[in-house]
Structures are given as C-alpha cells and as structure tokens.
Write a protein that binds this ligand. Sequence first.
Ligand code: PEP
Ligand code: MG
Length: 579
Amino acid sequence: MFSLHGNGVGTGIAIGRARIIRRPGQDIPQYTIALSQIDEEIARLERALFRTKVALQEIKSQLSDDAVDEIGAFLEAHLLMVDDPMLSEEPKNIIRNQMINAEGALNQHAVKLAKLFDDIDDPYLSSKFADVSQVISRIQGELLDFQGDLTSQPVGTFDGEIIVTNDLTPADTIELKKHRINAFVTSLGGPISHTAILARSMKIPAIVGLHGEIRYLRTGDLLIIDGMRGVVLVNPDAQALAAYEKRREKILSRVRELEELRSAEAVTLDGTKVTLLANIELPEEIGESLAQNAAGVGLYRTEFLCMNRRRPPDEEEQFEIYRHVLKQVNRSVTIRTFDLGADKQVDGGRASDTLIINPALGLRAIRLCLHDLALFKPQLRAIYRASSFGPLKMMIPMLSSIEELDQLFILIEEVKQELDHQGYAYNANLPIGGMVEVPAAAIAADLFARKLDFLSIGTNDLIQYTLAIDRIDDEVNYLYDPLHPSILRLIKMTIAAAKRANIPVSMCGEMAGDARYTRILLAMGLTEFSMDPAVLLEVKRQVRLSDVKQDRAQIDQFLESPRPERIKQMVSELNRVPE
Ligand code: PEP
Ligand code: MG
C-alpha cells in the first residue's frame, strides 16, 4: 500500500479498480517488477510484437491496387523492423537485467537507438530513425492498456472503474458522463478546470494535478480516492479499507441529512430570500436540478452541444433542444450563448490544427460568435423561437466592451425582423444578460448594466483573467483564490452597479457553489446563486445558517484587509456555527 497526493475535487470517497487511459504522445510509464514477473513481462512484449505485425499485415492487405507499390514497400519495411532482433531482443535484456516493465525497457532502447541514428553522418540514413520510431510507437500502443479516443467506447465500458489519465478535455468529460465511473485521477488540471467541474457534476470524487506520480498506477490496482483530502491510496490493506468504508458511510449519512433540506426554503435567519439555481451542461442533467429543487437553470452551457461532432447543431436542432429544456425545467432557464474557443472547441478541438499561444485571450465566446455569424445567427434564431414557449433568458459570455453589445443588439434586431417576416412567434422582450468574467466588464459594470437586463458573475474566468492564472494550467492553480482582495472588490463593484441600475445580479462560477463563500457573498448583497445541482443543498444549508444583517457589518473589514490569509481567517470565523 502507498499513497499519492494531488488536488482533491468533487464529493466524497470512492473505492474501485483503476483503468489507465493513455493518449498518444503521453509519457511512457517505467516501473520496477519482481523477479517472478520477468517471464510474463517478456511474454507481454512478445504478444505486443505479434499484434503489431498482425495489424501491419492487415493494413497492407486493405491497400488498393494502385497504393500497393508505394505504401506496400513502406509497410514491408516496417514489418521487417518488427522482426529484426535489433529492435526486439535488446528490450528483453533490459527487462531481465534491470527488472523493469516492457514499456519502460522499449522506451530506454528507443532513446539509445535515437542517439545511434543521430550520430550517423549520412543525413539520409540518419533520417531513417523516423521509421524506427513509428514502429516503436505502434508496439508501445499495443503494450499500453488502452489508447485513444474515449468517444469510440460503448456506453458502460468504464462502469464502476476509476479512470486514470493524463488529462481530460471538456469533450472527453461529455463522453465520461455516459459511463458510471466511480472517480477519476488526472496528472493535469486545477480546481476550476472543466475536469474538476465534471467531477462535481457527476457527484464523484476526483484527484487532479497528480503530475508524474500518476505513473505508479496500473490498470487493475485497487484505489481509494479521497476527494476531500486529495489522496489516492493504492492497493490499501484491510485496515485502511475498513477505515475508509467507515468514512464513506459517514459522508453518505451527511448527504442523506442534507436531502431533508430539499423542500426547505432558501432563506437566511434574518429573512433574506435567496434564489438557488442550477448550472447545466447537457439537457440530461435537468433531472438532477429538478431533484435538488433548483429554482430554475441559471447557466445552460450550450457550447457542450457542439462537442464530439463535426459541426454545431443547426437552428432547428437547437430550437428543439431549447424548447425541450424549457419544458422539462418548467421554470426559468438562462441560455448562455456559445462559449466556444480556448479549451472548448467544436468537435472537442480535434478538427483544428492551428496552434494559438494564448487561446483564453483570443477569439473566444462572444468574440468568436460576432466573428462567425454562420455559427451565431442560427443560435440567436433558435433561442428567440424557443422564447415563446416559457420563461427563457439569454446570457452573453465574456463581454469586454460595450461595442460588442451594440453589435449584438443590431444582430438581434435583424433576427427579430426575419422571424417577423417568416411568421415565427417569439418573446420580443426576451431578457438579455451579460456575464461579468473579464475585469474590464467588472470595472465598467455600471456601463454594461445600463444596456442589459441582468448580470451574472462568472468567477472561474474572472479569477483567471484578474489574477493572470490560466485556469487549466495546474502549475499556477495554487494562485487561484476567490478571496483575493481584487476579486472581492470586483464582485462588490458588480453587485453595486447592478443594484444601482435596478437589475438582477447573480453568480454562476464555481465560487457560487462553494458553501465556504456563501455567507461572505450574501453579506456583499448577492441573493442569486447558480451552481452545479450536486452542491445546491450544501449551499442551501449555509444560507439558512446566515444572518445577512449581522454579517454585512463586517464586510468592509474584509475588503480592506490586504492579506488573503487574514481574509480567509475572517471568512472561517464568519462560517463558524455557534455551539
Ligand atoms: C465562469 O467563467 O465562471 C463560468 C461560469 O463560465 P465557464 O466556467 O463555463 O467558463
Ligand atoms: Mg466563463
């Protein structure tokens, strides 16, 4: 038994078997094996060599007649290489002598061969290493437990397992929602990455940002995942298992306790009424929001409709989906227009081959939509058409200048005229809100508030842009701090601007769903919170323990304090429940 440490996210404790998922280009694992495992490891390498040969022969047999000459010779050369003892024998010696796994041995040999080829003076011969390297990658692919695309896996493939992988893209997260996995562990990812948001929404624990330690995990290992403490226990002994089973039971009983709050009112001790809404990424999540008795959907991330498919859904498909969501929820639904770009791409980014250095600062969200009307206009039309079927609102992500709103309003006028002309019904007064996720929007929130029907604070991006920390770069996520004085001030400014303009303001970033921050946000005047339904009851519990009038008196002290540590301390004092 041993333990590994990363960032714990999601809820509770999971116990299950590991399933390693590797992607091409990922680090090759190397680990020590026991003397008794050497023969099996060599046999494993031989099986991988055999499977590589079969795969190459199969490709060769499928070649069309006119391709046989050119590509056939190339494949023939690769087949000869697989058979060549130069490639297959030395890794076996490494397995025997160094007592390491087949992947590690093959990798060591590849490094040696690369150097040999590099030393050859003849450029033609030296360039032949590219072929050797391709063959080695194929063999590695056969050796590794699972390679490739999650999208191609039948539903249920990973049921009950703990997924261990380098990283998960937002597109992967959509796929994983189709399986009933127990937990997941990734080497990359921070607490506000979409990987972490996925864990929360699946109500499972996860450990992200495990870095190189992930190489110690193997398919079939029994793991305990403690999402609260960020610990992975590998092949635990009976005593540890029993202790964690007990803790898991305790957590479950707390969840059951929380469930009693489902029908309770979200109101503070001093009578402030609070609206708790749900964030959804897929229409399938509506059931969960209804189960938690959310007052509606405060953020529907529609860009997830575009993932794992070659093209975004057209107007008709979107219209049907939005209408269906509205009908199912049967309460207010805030549709956020496509927040595509950066880490969220159509087809999960697989279709794009352009390298953008700073995608989060690039053509993203409303910028991309205004730039690509073929993408945006069908969505606007679909939203307006759906608006005649219930209490729908539209929300614009990543606003940074008033000109974007001016352009948007011109476009909306155009859409309305078209719909009038075509005889479609719609709500001419559809509320249009803006997300405050860029410091520019928070600082000038009063100007935006004059033109909009509501504001919603997206703290995930607001923190990323204000503190200059890439939300998906786990190397800087230690700087992620919702209680940073600058963040608190921007939130306060936004709330004040909305109040002055007499429009509603909500928060839909992860901060809104973290019960540690509920009281300070209430004290700052926020009364509308949108979050993952999985955490709604926890936040409701905190709302019911809060006294806004009393807490408000302390808020200036918080905002004046230059030290995040002191602010944290004050927030935990605020949260302390009297005995
Ligand atoms: C946010 O940035 O806080 C937000 C809610 O949007 P997303 O997490 O989808 O970027
Ligand atoms: Mg955002």
